[in-house]
Design a protein around this ligand. Structure first.
Ligand code: NAD
Length: 413
C-alpha cells in the first residue's frame, strides 16, 4: 500500500500493475486525473462523462474507471502551496496510468514548464500523437481522409534537453573557448550556445516502442524521420540505430526498405527512413503511404502539428506521454484561459486522449464506442463553437452538451 502525505486515494478500485512492461488491469482500476487549468475543468468533466458511459455501454456494470483526483498547476498551488506536490508524482508512479488536462506555465523568471517537469521527472520518453480524420470536419486539404498516422516523438533529448547558455555568459564563453581552442571550431564570440544530445539508448527505446506499436496494431510501416544528411552523428545516428534495432530485436517481423523484394509480406512491418524536409512534402503528397513515424524531439514537434493541421487542427488531436511504466494521457492544446469556465470549448482532444487510454488498458471495445459516437455527433453537426463556425448548417453546442450528445449517440458493441 502506498502512503500519500496529502491526498486521499478513492475507497473503490484497484491499482494497475506493470510486470515486465505488461499491464495487469483490474476490472475497477484507479485512474488518477489532473483536472488542469483554464478550460481544464470543463473538458475533464466532459471527458470523464463520455469515458464512463462508454465503459458501461461496452461492459455493463462489470468494469468501471475509479477516478482519483490528484493535483498540479493552479489548483495544487491554491490547495497546497506547491505547483506539483510530491504526492502527484507518487500517485502517477504508483497507479501507472493517468489522464491530464492542460496546465498553465506560470510566467516568471526561471520557472520550468509543469508539463516538461512531469515528463522529465517520470522519464516519459515517448510522446505519442495519433492523427486521423473525422468525416465532416473542415480541413485545408482535398483528401484529408488519407491521413492516418501515429507519431512517436522522442521526448527527453535533442535540442529540447534544456542545455543552453545565453550569449556572453561565462558558461557560453567557456564552451566557445574550449571548442575554438581545442576542437578546431570557429564560433563567433557573440553566439548563444545550445547542445543537442542524441543517445543510442534514448533513440532505441523510442523506436522500440514505435515498432512494437506497429506490430500490435497491424500497422504497415515505421518511418524513421531525421535530418541525417546534415547532422550525421545525432540525426543520422538515430536512423542507423533504428535499422540496427529492427535487425537485432525484430528481425523476423520487420523488413528494411533496402532489403525489400516485391511487396511487404503480410506478417511484417516495413522499416524505412525519410529526411525530415522531404517528409513534410510526403505528408501532403503521399499521405496514405505512411503509418507510424518515429522522430527526434524537434522534428516530431513540428511534424505532429503539421499533420494535425491537415485534418482540421488541434481540436481533435490527442496525445500521450509514455515511459517504461507510467503513461500520462493528455490534450495536445493549452489552457485557453479566455474561455475558462464558460462551458464552451471543444473537449475532443481530451476525449480522444481518453480513448488512447482505454486502448492502453486493453479496453478497445469501450474506445470503439466513443469513436463511433463521436463520428456520429460530428456527422449530425452538433459541435462546439470552433467547429460550428467552419461547418455549414451546424448547430453550436456547449462542452457539456457535446459530451451528452456523444453519450446519446453511443451504441452497444
Ligand atoms: P492554447 O492551446 O491554450 O490556445 C491556442 C488557441 O486555441 C486559442 O485561440 C484557444 O482559444 C484555442 N483552443 C485551445 N483549446 C481549445 C479547445 N479545446 N477548443 C476550442 N478552442 C481551443 O495555447 P496558448 O494560448 O499558447 O497557451 C495558453 C496556456 O496553455 C499557456 O499557459 C501555455 O503554457 C499552456 N499550454 C499548456 C499545454 C499543456 O498543458 N500540454 C500545451 C500548450 C500550452
Amino acid at each position: 500500500m502506498n502512503t500519500f502525505e496529502k491526498f486521499t486515494p478513492p475507497a473503490e478500485g484497484e491499482r494497475i500493475r506493470v510486470k515486465a512492461s505488461d499491464l495487469q488491469v483490474p476490472y475497477r482500476p484507479v485512474i488518477p486525473f489532473i483536472e488542469g487549468d483554464g478550460i481544464g475543468p470543463d473538458i475533464m468533466r466532459a471527458t470523464r462523462r463520455v469515458l464512463d458511459a462508454a465503459v458501461e455501454k461496452a461492459y455493463g456494470q462489470e468494469r468501471k474507471l475509479c477516478w482519483y483526483e490528484i493535483y498540479a498547476g493552479e489548483k495544487a498551488h491554491e490547495k497546497y502551496g506547491e505547483w506539483i506536490p510530491r504526492d502527484t508524482f507518487e500517485a502517477l508512479r504508483y497507479y501507472s496510468v493517468a489522464l491530464k488536462g492542460p496546465l498553465t506555465t506560470p510566467v516568471g523568471g526561471g520557472f520550468r514548464s509543469l508539463n516538461v517537469t512531469l515528463r522529465q521527472e517520470l522519464d516519459l520518453y515517448a510522446c505519442i500523437r495519433p492523427v486521423r480524420y473525422f468525416e465532416g470536419v473542415p480541413a485545408p486539404v482535398k483528401e484529408p481522409w488519407k491521413m492516418n498516422m501515429v507519431i512517436f516523438r522522442e521526448n527527453t533529448e535533442d535540442v529540447y534537453s534544456g542545455i543552453e547558455w545565453v550569449r556572453g555568459s561565462e558558461e557560453a564563453k567557456k564552451v566557445i573557448a574550449f571548442l575554438n581552442e581545442e576542437m578546431g571550431c570557429t564560433i563567433r564570440a557573440d553566439s548563444g550556445i545550445g547542445i543537442k544530445p542524441v543517445s543510442e539508448t534514448g533513440s532505441k527505446r523510442l523506436i522500440r516502442k514505435a515498432i512494437r506499436y506497429a506490430l500490435d496494431r497491424k500497422r504497415k510501416s515505421v518511418t524513421l524521420v531525421h535530418k541525417g544528411n546534415i547532422m550525421k552523428y545525432t540525426e543520422g545516428a538515430f536512423r542507423d540505430w533504428g535499422y540496427e534495432l529492427a535487425r537485432e530485436e525484430f528481425a523476423d517481423r520487420t523488413v528494411a526498405e533496402k532489403d525489400l523484394q516485391g511487396t511487404v509480406p503480410p506478417d511484417k512491418v516495413l522499416i524505412n527512413d525519410r529526411i525530415a524536409d522531404a517528409m513534410f512534402q510526403q505528408i501532403l503528397t503521399r499521405t496514405d503511404e505512411y503509418s507510424v513515424l518515429a522522430t527526434l524531439n524537434l522534428n516530431g514537434d513540428y511534424l505532429s502539428d503539421a499533420c494535425a493541421a491537415q485534418i482540421g487542427g488541434l481540436g481533435l488531436a490527442p496525445g500521450a506521454n509514455i515511459g517504461e511504466t507510467v503513461a500520462l494521457f493528455e490534450a495536445t492544446h493549452g489552457t485557453a484561459p479566455k474561455y475558462a469556465g464558460q462551458d464552451k470549448v471543444n473537449p475532443g482532444s481530451l476525449i480522444l486522449s481518453g480513448v488512447m487510454m482505454l486502448e492502453h488498458l486493453g479496453w478497445e471495445a469501450a474506445g470503439k464506442v466513443v469513436i463511433a459516437a463521436l463520428e456520429e455527433t460530428i456527422r449530425q453537426k452538433k459541435v462546439t463553437y470552433d467547429l460550428e463556425r467552419q461547418m455549414e448548417g451546424a448547430v453550436r453546442v456547449s462542452t457539456s452538451q457535446f459530451a451528452e450528445t456523444i453519450v446519446g449517440n453511443m451504441k452497444g458493441v
